[in-house]
Write a protein that binds this ligand. Structure first.
Ligand code: NAG
Ligand code: NAG
Ligand code: NAG
Ligand code: NAG
Ligand code: NAG
Ligand code: NAG
Ligand code: NAG
Length: 373
């Protein structure tokens, strides 16, 4: 979390340094910065901080400031919080867990850590105006993690001409166990905004202990949605980074598949991923990627996944970091291979739904490795 915030501060610094005007512009929040997003058409900057949301001009002038906390809450209580039903409720800080632009709908999706991670939509032009917020729907409306230390990632994309929200989150101590889900952003088929797109559009944590997964990012490419998360396992003790993939239009999550995302050097694995980013490689990198894989075609549509990893040296506790670059096409090929192996040889890959209970095909999938830069 700390590193993420640090990254955000760097981003804000860029805003300052590259601003066209001569004088140095800055914005300082009184509370911790959680998320920053920029509308690239209008230049408007949206900030989600602890207990507040801000809408800034491209010159970092505050146009709108909305307080979102603290409010009386308790992680164990089901909202709406009523004093006689939730005696343990105390003033609680509201961490911003998701801040996503839905430009098609001219809204911004905002989810906080309060009230079981219920979300709201607000007007993109004036974030004071709440366009949707319902706190009486119970379980089905719990989207983000209600734990300040458990990260939540989200992606808004279109599916059958509708906007949907893919969410990944760890499983906090008072959470519902859902780690990945698809949420509607429209009222449809008798389902409200933020409800699950279909009853089976979710992955539940396979681990009973909490805080096993820390999500790093979610992104889409072609018909797939990918999640990257770190997983801390207790038996046996192990830290891994996983990449999960599912087909965007698979309402049943049959296509959900996980694989280790390995970043290694001669001293071993980097077991913690901090951030990852998908982009199109430049000409030289594309060439060298094709050569490494001995591919005959130039793989011109191949994207690259750039990821920052770290590991702790067990002898002296020092931190070492690395950047690994993966070919997305290679990741997909490896996933297909693992899936085939799992079907044909019952080899040790991970299926979520198909073999789930009867034949889990083992918890340890094969590894996709990248060379370091
Ligand atoms: C803003 O970003 C979106 C998505 O990345 C892109 O499709 C669009 O062309 C961008 N608009 C501008 C004005 O750069
Ligand atoms: C935003 O909306 C609120 C409530 O409707 C209004 O009071 C405020 O003046 C608006 N702010 C701007 C900058 O338009
Ligand atoms: C979150 O982490 C901070 C710092 O490690 C800790 O003080 C706090 O108790 C944690 N919160 C929860 C709900 O676990
Ligand atoms: C955004 O979507 C919601 C739900 O479908 C709808 O009620 C609202 O009118 C839409 N807003 C805009 C500006 O299109
Ligand atoms: C796994 O990561 C956690 C948190 O970063 C760390 O405390 C723990 O020592 C790590 N375990 C192993 C086996 O590396
Ligand atoms: C820790 O050990 C590693 C490998 O032995 C070494 O490269 C590194 O300099 C050490 N760091 C510190 C702070 O001693
Ligand atoms: C299972 O997968 C591993 C790693 O990819 C491979 O080395 C092994 O040959 C596979 N086993 C079978 C029975 O296919």
């Amino acid at each position: 979390m700390a590193l993420w915030i640090w990254t955000l501060s760097i981003l804000s610094c860029f805003c300052i340094t590259f601003s066209r005007s001569e004088e140095l512009k800055f914005f300082q929040s009184a509370t911790e910065l959680n998320h920053l997003t920029v509308d690239n058409d209008t230049g408007i900057i949206y900030l989600g901080v602890v207990n507040a949301l801000y809408q800034l001009t491209e010159n970092l002038v505050v146009r709108i400031h909305v307080e979102t906390g603290p409010r009386k809450d308790n992680k164990k209580c089901t909202p709406p919080i009523e004093e006689n039903q939730c005696k343990e409720a105390v003033l609680t800080d509201n961490y911003n867990k998701l801040l996503l632009l839905n430009k098609e709908n001219k809204t911004i999706v905002v989810c906080g850590s309060l009230f079981k991670g219920i979300c709201a939509t607000r007007d993109l032009e004036n974030i004071t105006k709440v366009t949707h917020y319902v706190e009486t729907s119970g379980e089905k409306s719990f989207v983000a993690s209600n734990d300040e230390n458990v990260s939540t990632v989200g992606l808004i994309t279109s599916l059958d001409n509708d906007q949907v929200l893919f969410v990944g989150k760890g499983n906090g101590p008072n959470d519902n166990g859902i780690i990945i889900s698809t949420r509607q952003l429209h009222e449809k088929d008798g389902k409200d905004i933020f409800e699950m797109y279909s009853d089976s559009a979710a992955v539940k944590s396979a681990y009973h202990s909490s805080s096993t997964q820390q999500f790093v990012t979610v992104f889409e490419d072609k018909n797939y949605v990918y999640f990257i998360f770190n997983q801390q396992e207790k038996q046996p003790v192990n830290n891994r980074t996983l990449i999960a993939r599912l087909c965007k239009d698979d309402a049943h999550y049959y296509s959900y598949f996980e694989m280790d995302l390995g970043c290694k050097d001669e001293d071993g694995s980097y077991d913690h991923c901090h951030s990852a980013y998908v982009t199109t490689p430049g000409e030289e990198l594309a060439k060298s990627m094709a050569q490494q894989r001995q591919a005959t075609d130039s793989a011109s549509d191949d994207k690259v996944l750039v990821a920052l990893f770290s590991k702790v040296n067990k002898d002296n506790g020092s931190l070492k970091s690395a950047m690994c670059v993966f070919s997305l096409r290679h990741i997909n090929e490896k996933m297909e291979k693992n899936r085939d192996d799992c079907y044909t040889n019952k080899n040790t890959s991970m299926f979520y739904k198909l073999f789930a209970v009867e034949n889990p095909c083992g918890p340890h999938g094969q590894v996709i490795s990248a060379s370091m830069l």
